[in-house]
Each structure stands twice: as structure tokens, then as C-alpha cells.
Design a protein around this ligand. Sequence first.
Ligand code: HEC
Length: 312
Amino acid sequence: MKNHITIRLKTAAAVLMVGALCMAHAQTPIKDVLAQIDPATGKAKDTATEFSVSGVVAAKLALPDQKVLAFVHTPGEPALAVLADAKDGARLLPRNVLKLAGRLGEGPIGAVLVLSPGSLSVMESNKMFASVPVSETLFKDATALAGRYVQLTNVTFAPGKFDVSGKIKVKCAEGSEVTLLLGKAAANRDVPGETTDVFGVIVKSGNEWQLAVARLLPATRKQSQAIAEKRMCLSCHNPDTYQVGPAYRDVAAKYRNDPEAIGKLIAQMENGGTGKWGTNVMIPLKALVPPEEMKTLAHWVYSYRWDALLAE
Ligand code: HEC
């Protein structure tokens, strides 16, 4: 009899717990939260409701006041801007799949979801998603693609360094200019020296449409990738995920502050090695890969450092 009551009590407790979990997990689709932002004024209509959402981080900007502005989306749909303090912001990394909650409020560029402290959980990291290719002319009026994760191709930077403003104007293939937002992480770094494809989220700042950047990759990367294919690098490596050898974006992240990086990457190709990333062995390739191709491959691998720099 006693046992019977215990079981019934346990069942009741389990039912209550499941109920509570369901309530805590009641999610609002991101597009419904975005519908609470007035497109004309950029202001929030509902600042009282706490919304729980889930999505993937498309881009992240480290703000000068230590806060973090991130753009969270359901891949293929517009992103919601989320504002967090430095601690939570450290987990708002591009390609993290998250659950989080917050209320709409004023942000540095229009309305944002102000993160409720302690509400953020990371479900998965390094989730891949596709971009929409866009033309620079779109930036005159990007209303139709607001919040979308896009790819702007063949961008050139005037030689020099990124400054502390976290913004830079770049030249596009057809000749017009677009302002990129990179946050403070890029400050004092050399700009890419080659023609670059820029991946990020289209946002409105004041009256100007700009691009919040998540990724910068050389426009020539397809050629480099073809060399990597031909020289068997890709039988052991993938740019984005660990296989037999490390992901190139992890290699680039490791050397992001190392002025000798290119030389070290070439030395790895020439001599091979083991022990830095586990017990798998990379064979020496000096006899198989011409020096010019090694240089191209090293610059290509190192270009993935922007993923890490822009996530800082
Ligand atoms: C047989 C599999 C294999 C092939 C083929 C291969 N790699 Fe590797 N690579 C590895 C492994 C395993 C490691 C990790 C070694 C370690 O832990 O020290 C590695 C590490 C690296 C690193 C990181 C070096 C560092 O200092 O952290 C670079 C860069 C690299 N490989 C580039 C290349 C390139 C470019 C090619 C083609 C030219 C290539 N690899 C071909 C397996 C391979």
C-alpha cells in the first residue's frame, strides 16, 4: 500500500515536471518576434512580453561598451538582433544553435531582444547554413532582405588597418561603396589584401543599409580548394570540421595572432607531423606539392582566421 502511494506521488510529480518543462520551453518563432518591431520606425511595439526563441547565430558584433550584439535566425529567414552582456555574449558565437529568452527594447541599431540573464543555452555548435548572394545595388534599399544572411562578392579594401570604430567602407565590383560592421574585434588588424567575399547580415543603421560581418573569405578560394583537392589535402581535412586532421578554421584560429603563421603552415605541409591536434599523422608533402601551391594553400587556410577574429 505504502509503495502504491509512493508510485502515485512520483507519477504526479513527473506529470507536474513535464508540465513545467513544456511551459519553460514554449517558443515563439523568430518571425513572430520580428513582427513586433515596426519596420518604419525600427521601434518595438511589445516591450512587455518575455519571448523564448531558438535559432542559429548568423553574425556577432563586439560593441565598445563590452556588450555583444548578435543576429539569431532560422536559416533562410530574417535574423533577430539580440543584445547581451559580455558573459552571455561569449556564447553568442556565429553558428551556435541557441535557446534564449528576452524582452524587446532599444539597441544600438534599432530594436533588439535584450537577453534575460541566465536564459541562454547552447544546443549545438558549428552549424552550417547557406547565404543568399546579393548585389551591391541592393544596399540603396535593402528592405526586402533586411536581417538576411547574405554573401557580397568581390569586395576590395583600401590598404591599411581596421580602426576602432568597428566600421569600414569597402568598394564593390560594380563600383559603389558599402559600409561593413565588424565590431571592435577587428580593430588595428590589417584589412584583407585580396579581393574578398563578405558574409553577414543586412542591417539598417540610421538611414543606411549596412552589412554586419560574420565571415571574410578570399574570392579566389575555389581555385585554392581545387588545389587542395588535387593534392589530397581534402582526403584528410575539411575547412569547417575535424576529420583525420584539424578543420582549417581551427588551424587558422590557433595562429590568428601569430605573425609567423604562413611560414609555420608551409613547414607543416613540407614536413608533416603529429601531436599538435591528436595522434593522427600528417605525411610530409614536400616532394609532392610545388612551393607556389603550398604558398597559395597556406594563405587560403589562414584566411579562415576571420571566423575566429570576428567571433572574439
Ligand atoms: C594523411 C592525412 C593528411 C593529409 C593528406 C594532409 N594532412 Fe594536414 N594534417 C593531418 C593531421 C593528422 C594533422 C594534425 C597533425 C598534428 O596533430 O600535429 C594535420 C595538420 C595540418 C595543419 C595544422 C598545422 C599546425 O601547426 O597546427 C595544416 C595547416 C595542414 N595539416 C595542412 C594540410 C595541407 C594544406 C594538406 C595538403 C597539401 C594536408 N594538410 C594534407 C593530416 C593530413
